[in-house]
Design a protein around this ligand. Structure first.
Ligand code: ADP
Ligand code: GLC
Length: 473
């Protein structure tokens, strides 16, 4: 069996702020049937430290950026898991990156430490387990391929997966030495990034292969509108870049497996689920009930919802929102709920169980993102017959087939795709949603083709396996 060490800052079901966690948590299970044993390395955040008692110490680092680091291994929540315990870096109040809305000032060191240990484990192995491939995710693990390459790779291949180019792991040039990076590599083809450092750039120039989470995003990343400063770096390595779509974990997102009253098969159960959801949210909606489950940020196009929704409400639609994020956008959503009582309802917060009930009971899911590397909620929508209304960017373009006369005649339409990403086009898409919902025959056909559309991991796992095989040579 080939061995892969996957390094990240989040992993379901242990720690999650977004889709990164879903993907890191699902990959080991997706790769195992293809003969790849994947172990995951995470920081031992405060909430994860209770697991350490059930795990075995496998590696020690006497000085890990200002304190001792210890790596523990165990089988936790179905994962083959390494936790890096370094209390001076991770045992604190708050989330993985911030407390009370403020990023930790030492995030560069915190994730450099994770990456340092990952590179050492890849090079030397730990307790007799040595991977052939180091798989780093996003900026938090970005220095791992760099440390591995600069310190001698010992035959281990490395891969960086870009889940979101917006977060680049910026650090000041003055931190070079403290972050244990070689001065000789501080040049434009190496570590230097607009006069400073970026852990993501470090990975992009040192990893053997680069992947991102959809084919369209892979192409977009080489253009200035989406590359956010790194487009040239990625374009220069176009030969090793690939886009591999995320999958959905069918064991977690399965209409058939939802608890009652949601447990009835999605098509037959939709009306029951919808009624329960309306009751839970205090909604009474004659037309399509749209849902939005999202981080409330600029990326997600939440401001477009505020602008486009009045006409949708006037046309009979309704909206249930679950999300948290930017206080101004949270306020805007609450404002809509106050203005359209009974037709718009909002829950600010993070609630996994409620999100399941929303996919089970909604008619449509809105994803009007400005950019979207892959996106998962449109795929949950497909599985539950909750038709996705998405902007034509990144993974949204790659997973949803717009209901045009041609695609409907061919019986392959799965949702509504709009372009450009502005409130006018989004408003038109919502009008199209109202019309589609008004014709029960067509609506049911689109729902059925949405539910048939494959959103599992199988094809993508094979694509990762091909890359691991190349790297492990
Ligand atoms: P991103 O990672 O950019 O936030 P994705 O669509 O890839 O976007 O993944 C978001 C994940 O987080 C999905 O699993 C989604 O259901 C979940 N999610 C987002 N906001 C909430 C929330 N408020 N409550 C529950 N789940 C949420
Ligand atoms: C990022 C992206 C999202 C993607 C997720 C998992 O958070 O914003 O589009 O689905 O990573 O790859």
């Amino acid at each position: 069996m080939g061995k892969v060490l996957s390094v990240a800052s989040e992993c379901v079901p242990l720690v999650k702020t977004g889709g990164l966690a879903d993907v890191v948590g699902a990959l080991p299970g997706a790769m195992a049937p293809l003969g790849w044993e994947m172990r995951v390395l995470l920081p031992a955040y405060r909430a994860l430290r209770p697991h350490l008692a059930k795990m075995a110490l496998v590696l020690e680092e006497a000085d890990l950026f200002g304190g001792r680091g210890q790596v523990f291994f165990g089988q936790i929540e179905g994962l083959e898991l390494y936790l890096l315990d370094a209390p001076h870096l991770y045992d604190r109040e708050g989330g993985p990156y911030s407390v009370a809305g403020k990023d930790f000032a030492d995030n560069s060191q915190r994730f450099a430490a994770l990456s340092w240990v990952a590179a050492r484990m890849a090079r030397e192995g730990a307790n007799g387990w040595k991977p052939g491939v180091l798989h780093a995710h996003d900026w938090q693990a970005g220095f791992a391929p760099a440390y591995l390459s600069y310190g001698g790779a010992a035959g281990v291949g490395s891969l960086i997966t870009v889940h979101n180019i917006a977060f680049q792991g910026w650090a000041a040039a003055g931190q070079l030495k403290e972050l244990r990076l070689p001065l000789a590599e501080f040049h434009s083809a190496g570590l230097e990034y607009y006069g400073g450092l970026s852990s993501l750039k470090a990975a992009l120039v040192t990893a053997g292969r680069i992947t991102t989470v959809s084919p369209t995003y892979a192409a977009e990343l080489m253009r200035p509108e989406f590359g956010m400063g790194l487009q040239g770096v990625i374009a220069a390595r176009a030969g090793v870049v690939s886009g591999i779509l995320n999958g959905v974990d069918a064991a977690v997102w399965s209409p058939e497996a939802e608890p009652l009253p949601y447990g009835v098969k999605a098509m037959r159960g939709k009306a029951v689920n919808r009624a329960a959801l309306c009751a839970e949210f205090g909604l009474d909606v004659p037309g399509p009930l749209a849902i939005l489950v999202s981080r409330l940020t600029e990326q997600k196009g939440i401001d477009l919802v505020t602008e486009a929704i009045p006409d949708f409400i006037a046309g009979g639609g309704g909206l249930a929102v679950l999300g948290s994020g930017d206080p101004a956008l949270e306020g805007a959503m609450l404002g809509l709920a106050a203005r359209y009582r009974g037709r718009v309802a909002v829950r600010i917060g993070y609630d996994e169980a409620l999100s399941h009930r929303m996919f089970a009971g909604g008619d449509a899911v809105l994803v009007p993102s400005r950019f979207e590397p892959c996106g998962l909620t449109q795929m949950y929508g497909l599985r539950y017959g909750t038709l996705p209304v998405v902007s034509a960017v990144g993974g949204l373009s790659d997973t949803v087939i717009n209901a045009s006369p041609a695609t409907m005649a061919a019986g392959v339409a799965t949702g509504i795709v709009f372009h450009p990403v502005d409130s006018l086009a989004f408003g038109q898409a919502l009008r199209q949603l109202l019309a589609l919902h008004g014709d029960k025959g067509i609506w049911t056909n689109v729902q059925l083709s949405a539910m048939r559309h494959p959103v599992g991991w199988e094809a993508s796992a094979q694509a990762y396996a091909r890359i691991y095989e190349d790297l492990a040579q």
